[in-house]
Design a protein around this ligand. Structure first.
Ligand code: HEM
Length: 125
């Protein structure tokens, strides 16, 4: 596709593609077992759409602290550099497959900077 991300529907297209590839990724799939169940997945994808809608378009749709669940995750199942590498590569692929433009670039840049903050917080290099 040659157009930019403009709506929540566009963000849902991206996160759906992204999660399909996460489920198939050998390094990452164990983190996402809970979302094999359809209702849980749909709820989670809606939260991710809220997060990105807020991040890209300042919609006010996400008011939680996204860092918190990752701190809990990291305690139970340590996050490593390889996980962030695959996570970012798969998100980038899902964005580039579907969209092109300023918002698509901003989404990739924000993902990278938030991932960098998480890695610093967890002492991962
Ligand atoms: C190695 C990298 C990552 C892994 C394995 C991972 C995994 C997960 C998992 C398993 C959840 C669900 C947690 C739960 O519901 O208890 C989650 C939630 C979430 N993740 Fe990640 N994540 C990663 C990186 C990131 C990054 C870099 C971002 C931001 C750009 C991000 C944004 C989110 C958001 C917004 C949620 C929803 C939080 C909420 O429910 O309010 N994740 N992640």
């Amino acid at each position: 596709m040659n157009r930019d991300i403009n709506s929540r529907e566009d963000l849902l297209t991206i996160v759906r593609d992204f999660y399909e590839s996460l489920f198939q990724n050998e390094e990452l799939k164990h983190f996402f077992e809970d979302f094999k169940e359809e209702k849980a997945l749909e709820h989670h994808l809606a939260t991710l759409v809220d997060f990105w809608d807020n991040t890209l378009f300042y919609s006010g749709s996400y008011k939680k602290n996204a860092m918190k669940p990752h701190i809990m995750l990291h305690d139970q199942n340590p996050l490593k550099n390889i996980h962030f590498k695959h996570w970012l590569a798969l998100l980038t692929k899902a964005i580039d497959k579907n969209f092109k433009g300023e918002n698509a670039e901003t989404m990739k840049n924000r993902a990278l900077s938030i991932a960098t903050v998480m890695k610093i917080k967890f002492g991962i290099e």
